[in-house]
Design a protein around this ligand. Structure first.
Ligand SMILES: Nc1nc2c(ncn2[C@@H]2O[C@H](COP(=O)(O)OP(=O)(O)OP(=O)(O)O)[C@@H](O)[C@H]2O)c(=O)[nH]1
Ligand SMILES: [Zn+2]
Length: 205
C-alpha cells in the first residue's frame, strides 16, 4: 500500500514540519472510507488518506504551537488606550463532529501602564494558534483572552467571536446562517463604559 510508504510520510512531515502522526491518520481515513461503503482503492480515492493527513497536520497545527512564541515581540509606543483588531477571519474545527466552524474574531486590549503594545498581526496569529485545534467556540474565546492577559499584561482585554458552525448547517438541525456569538472580557474592560465603547466599535458596522 504505497499511501503508507514511510518515505512519503517522512517527506510530508519534513514539508509541514508538523509532529502530527500522518501515518495513523492515513490508516484511519482509509478505514473510514471503507466503513461508509466506499472503495478506498478506486482511482479518485487512492491519494485521499495522504491528502487528509496533510490537511489535518495544517488544521491542527495549533496543538503544537504556543501563544508565548507569537506574542513575544512588543514595542514601546506609550499608547494606553484601547487597541482593537476586528473582523479577523478564521476557520476552526468543531471537536464534537470534526467539521469546520468559521467566522470572525475581534480582539481588543488596553496596554499596560508602560504602554507596551504587540504587532497587530500577532493578534491574528494568536487566533490561529487556538483555532487550529479541535475546539468549541467558548473555549476558543477564553483561551485567546487569557493568553492576551498572560503575555501582554494589559490593563484589560476583550475577545468577541462570531461563527457559523457547519455541524448546525450541513447536518443535524440544519440551520445554515445561524450565528453564535461569544465574548470574554477581562480586567478594566469589564467596566461598563469601556466595555460599551469596545462593543460598539466591534459591532458597529
Ligand atoms: N456550546 C457549544 N456547542 C457546540 C459547539 N459546536 C458544536 N456544538 C454543539 O454540540 C452539541 C453536541 O450535541 P450531541 O447531542 O452530543 O450531538 P448530536 O446528536 O450530534 O447533536 P445535534 O447537532 O443536535 O444533532 C450540539 O448541540 C452542537 O450544536 C460549540 O462550539 N459550543
Ligand atoms: Zn459540531
Amino acid at each position: 500500500m504505497t499511501d503508507f510508504d514511510d518515505e512519503v510520510v517522512e517527506a510530508a512531515l519534513e514539508a509541514t514540519g508538523s509532529p502530527v502522526d500522518q501515518v495513523r491518520i492515513q490508516r484511519a481515513v482509509r478505514e473510514i472510507l471503507a466503513a461508509i461503503g466506499e472503495d478506498p482503492d478506486r482511482d479518485g480515492l487512492l491519494e485521499t488518506p495522504k491528502r487528509v493527513a496533510k490537511a489535518y497536520a495544517e488544521m491542527f497545527a495549533g496543538l503544537h504551537q504556543d501563544a508565548s512564541e507569537v506574542l513575544s515581540t512588543s514595542f514601546d509606543l506609550n499608547h494606553q488606550e484601547l487597541v482593537l483588531v476586528k473582523d479577523i477571519p478564521f476557520y476552526s474545527t468543531c471537536e464534537h463532529h470534526l467539521v469546520p466552524f468559521h467566522g470572525t474574531a475581534h480582539l481588543g486590549y488596553i496596554p499596560s501602564e508602560e504602554g507596551r503594545v504587540t504587532g497587530l498581526s500577532k493578534l491574528a496569529r494568536l487566533v490561529e494558534v487556538y483555532a487550529r485545534r479541535p475546539q468549541v467556540q467558548e473555549r476558543l474565546t477564553t483561551q485567546i483572552v487569557d493568553a492576551m492577559m498572560e503575555h501582554l499584561k494589559p490593563k484589560g482585554a476583550i475577545v468577541v467571536i462570531e461563527c457559523e458552525h457547519m455541524c448546525m448547517s450541513m447536518r443535524g438541525v440544519r440551520k445554515p446562517g445561524a450565528k453564535t456569538v461569544t465574548s470574554a472580557v477581562r480586567g478594566q474592560i469589564r467596566e461598563t463604559a469601556t466595555r460599551a465603547e469596545a462593543m460598539s466599535l466591534i459591532l458597529g458596522r
